[in-house]
Design a protein around this ligand. Structure first.
Ligand code: PEP
Length: 249
C-alpha cells in the first residue's frame, strides 16, 4: 500500500451475465467495503441498470472500454460521453484482451484516455508484459513504453489509475512473485513521478492477474500496490468482498 492512498478494488466483469445476474451481483455488493473503495465494470448493456442500482451506495460503476471519438459514424462503438450519461464514472482502457483481440496499440489507448478525461471519466489504463517478454528480461521496458505511450497530460491530476496486469497472469491462476509485483510497481511509480512530478506519488497503482481471496492479503500488503483489478473473482460477490477485506487497515 502507499500511505495516504485509499485502495481501490475494481471488478472487470468482462462479457458475462444477463440483466438478472448483473442486478443480483450488484445488489450483493451494495454495502461496499470498510478499507477500500469498490468499482464494478459490467458489460456496456448493463451499465445503466447497475449504475441506477448503485445510486447512493459507496460502489462506483465503470465501463470496460470506450471509443476515442465523441460521436459519429462508428458502428458498434460507445463513446465516453455516453458512458458518463448512463452513470459510469470510470473506464478501463488498454486491457490486454482489447490489445490482443482488437489490435489496440498505445496510440489508440492514448486517444481513448484523452476522450475519457474530456468526458469526465476516470481512466484505468492497463499495462503488462507477455510471458515471452518477461522471460526475455523485457518486462520493465515493455511496461515503461506502454506508460510513456498511453498516458496523456492531465491524467494524473484527474485521478487517473494504472493497472499492472501481466498478460500471462490474466485468467490463468498464475501470478508473478510478490517480489516481481513490488519491483514492477516501484518501476511504474518512478516512471510516473519522473514524468509528471510529485503528484504521481498518490496515483493509484493496481495489480491485476488472478487475484483471489487466497492471495489477496499478501499482494495487497506490497509497497505501491494500491488495490486490485479483478476479473474472474469479481463475478462472485463473496470472493470480491473477501479481496476487498484483504486490504490492510
Ligand atoms: C482482468 O482481466 O483484468 C483480470 C485481472 O482477470 P483475472 O482476475 O481473471 O485474472
Amino acid at each position: 500500500m502507499t500511505p495516504g492512498i485509499r485502495p481501490l478494488i475494481a471488478g472487470n466483469w468482462k462479457m458475462n451475465g444477463n440483466q438478472r445476474e448483473a442486478a443480483r451481483l450488484a445488489e450483493a455488493l451494495r454495502d461496499g467495503a470498510e478499507n477500500a473503495d469498490l468499482l464494478i465494470c459490467p458489460p456496456f448493456v448493463h451499465i445503466h441498470q447497475v449504475a441506477a442500482l448503485m445510486l447512493g451506495s459507496r460502489v462506483a460503476v465503470g465501463a470496460q472500454d470506450c471509443h476515442a471519438a465523441h460521436h459519429g459514424a462508428h458502428t458498434g462503438d460507445v463513446s465516453a460521453a455516453m458512458l458518463r450519461d448512463v452513470g459510469a464514472t470510470h473506464v478501463i482502457l488498454g486491457h490486454s484482451e482489447r490489445r490482443t483481440n482488437h489490435g489496440e496499440n498505445d496510440a489508440a489507448v492514448l486517444a481513448k484516455t484523452e476522450a475519457a478525461l474530456t468526458a469526465g471519466l476516470i481512466p484505468i489504463i492497463c499495462v503488462g508484459e507477455t510471458e515471452a517478454e518477461r522471460l526475455s528480461g523485457l518486462a520493465d521496458s515493455v511496461v515503461e513504453k506502454q506508460l510513456a505511450g498511453s498516458i496523456p497530460y492531465g491524467f494524473i491530476t484527474a485521478g487517473g489509475i494504472v493497472a499492472y496486469e501481466p498478460v500471462w497472469a490474466i485468467g490463468t491462476g498464475r501470478t508473478p512473485t510478490e517480489r516481481d509485483i513490488a519491483a514492477m510497481h516501484s518501476t511504474m511509480r518512478s516512471a510516473l513521478v519522473e514524468r509528471f512530478g510529485p503528484a504521481a506519488r498518490t496515483t493509484r497503482l493496481l495489480y491485476g492477474g488472478s487475484v483471489k481471496p487466497s492471495n489477496a492479503v499478501s499482494i495487497m500488503a506490497l509497497a505501491d500496490v494500491d488495490g486490485a483489478l479483478v476479473g474472474g473473482a469479481s463475478l462472485v460477490a463473496e470472493d470480491f468482498l473477501a479481496i476487498a477485506k484483504a486490504v490492510p487497515e
